[in-house]
Write a protein that binds this ligand. Sequence first.
Ligand SMILES: CC(=O)N[C@H]1[C@@H](OP(=O)(O)OP(=O)(O)OC[C@H]2O[C@@H](n3ccc(=O)[nH]c3=O)[C@H](O)[C@@H]2O)O[C@H](CO)[C@@H](O)[C@@H]1O[C@H](C)C(=O)N[C@@H](C)C(=O)N[C@H](CCC(=O)O)C(=O)O
Ligand SMILES: Nc1ncnc2c1ncn2[C@@H]1O[C@H](COP(=O)(O)OP(=O)(O)OP(=O)(O)O)[C@@H](O)[C@H]1O
Ligand SMILES: N[C@H](CCC[C@H](N)C(=O)O)C(=O)O
Ligand SMILES: [Mg+2]
Length: 485
Amino acid sequence: MTKRIEDILEGITYQLIQGDLSVEIDHLQLDSRKVEEKGLFIAVKGSEADGHQFIPKAITQGAVAVVCEDLPEDLIEGVTYIQIEHTGKAAGHLASAFYDHPSRKLKLVGITGTNGKTTTVMLLHQLFRKMGYNAGVLSTIENKINETIIPTKLTTPDAVTINALMAEMVKANCTHCFMEASSHAIVQERIAGLSFDVAIFSNISHDHLDYHGTFPEYIKAKKKLFDQLPASAHALVNADDRRGAIMLQNCKAKHHTFALKSMADFKGKLVDNTFEGLLMEIDQKEVWFQLIGDFNAYNLLGVYGAAVLLGEPSDEVLTVLSEIRSADGRFEQIISPENVRAIVDYAHTPDALENVLKTIQQLRIEGERIITVVGCGGNRDKTKRPVMAKTATTYSDLVVLTSDNPRFEDPEEILNDMMEGITPVTERKVSKVVDRKEAIKIACQMAQPNDVILVAGKGHETYQEIKGERYPFDDREILKLALKK
Ligand SMILES: CC(=O)N[C@H]1[C@@H](OP(=O)(O)OP(=O)(O)OC[C@H]2O[C@@H](n3ccc(=O)[nH]c3=O)[C@H](O)[C@@H]2O)O[C@H](CO)[C@@H](O)[C@@H]1O[C@H](C)C(=O)N[C@@H](C)C(=O)N[C@H](CCC(=O)O)C(=O)O
Ligand SMILES: Nc1ncnc2c1ncn2[C@@H]1O[C@H](COP(=O)(O)OP(=O)(O)OP(=O)(O)O)[C@@H](O)[C@H]1O
Ligand SMILES: N[C@H](CCC[C@H](N)C(=O)O)C(=O)O
Ligand SMILES: [Mg+2]
């Protein structure tokens, strides 16, 4: 695709510093290392680096134009320089225009919240695919255009990647796209310029305070998705979360709610909950779903509400939804021949861990023990570490504290932070095993018939990230082998 720079500047306040706006570009790029001939480089100030530093490198790589906030001291001849106040935000608008506004051609659903985003978008994608639509999804696990998988490393990609993927979706005749809007992405304006039809709020609890600083700032980040909705869009929030109402304050879109406890437009009533699924009454109908735990009832209600708001017949939505299984690594169960039930779950926040453990407590048969294997990620919110360790000991009979993705931190130090949540009384339940594979094996050795093992934190991940390298690692594979022995 080729465009003139002037064709993508509509609606943006800019200043042409040098060069020519009729110059043709064939790609936009935020990362100097990936710029090629005929590229437009957008310099963004990030948390690790300042993209402005890499302008010379981008030009050497082939950039013919540069969008920046600060002007470089030396302007290179023949290159077009455009100054814009907030390049991070402008990136979304520029990318949208470059790709002919693909989000406007799709029914776009965005979801924000601490937990449940991936589950919700993956359910929506499966639901709409099964109802016969072409559809795309942007999620933590992977991006998908219909059934074609495009691997990803971020929950919400950068603005250029989002729009490029949506343009591919349009090309593949997709009518719908379902995407996670992470709080990092919202604050960094990765979603600026997107045209949402429905925005969903799942819940908010402790996470990412390293990045957002305070809880009110974290709430504000989530709210920003709703603040920017147009009147024609739908805002759908969980009314049982007291921050749901905050999302709707001053939100121009049409307001809708879902809930199990409060009054709501999409109201569910849990009738039964087992290790095989849950029975919920929605709109006077009792429907069996293959997802487990009260928290998943919320995800199902969000999905149901969004589908109905998009104009789908409620009966069909419920029928198809009942045939769908949860996303990979979310309450995924492996049962050994001795009837040890192992559960792999992506719970990596205190609230998620508590929900999953409470669900297991509720569903297990009296006398069956719960053995939890859990760690916390490195270079992420440190304050959740002792809380997660405490949660694990509160709801489990035995706990093996271990590593998650240590990233650039010392795994021993992470474990020491987690140990702060252990008291002399709970200490007897706890073992510390740095090597996650060993930790899982030990949990399996400890398990007796009918015990439940929860391996939390990494869910679908097929790697362990240590010092910038991703090594093959899959909780499910390790469990399957260990349970055989
Ligand atoms: C803290 C954070 O969110 N960082 C993300 C952010 O980086 P940043 O804006 O801080 O970028 P930076 O590294 O400071 O660099 C600034 C600019 O210089 C550019 N650069 C940098 C180096 C270079 O050689 N050349 C160059 O041009 C970069 O492309 C960038 O545009 O934007 C980058 C591009 O989109 C992301 O890759 C990067 O994700 C890092 C790897 C990350 O770990 N992010 C996590 C925390 C994250 O965002 N997670 C959320 C999910 C959370 C959840 O699911 O709950 C997500 O949305 O995935
Ligand atoms: N609605 C919910 N409320 C509370 N906890 C939930 C909910 N849905 C899922 N969980 C728990 O949170 C974990 C993560 O779920 P999911 O991957 O759907 O969330 P996410 O918001 O996409 O997370 P991330 O921010 O890492 O992308 C699940 O494995 C489960 O333990
Ligand atoms: N999207 C979350 C995922 C955390 C997953 C967990 N396994 C970890 O590495 O901490 C994050 O980037 O903080
Ligand atoms: Mg996710």
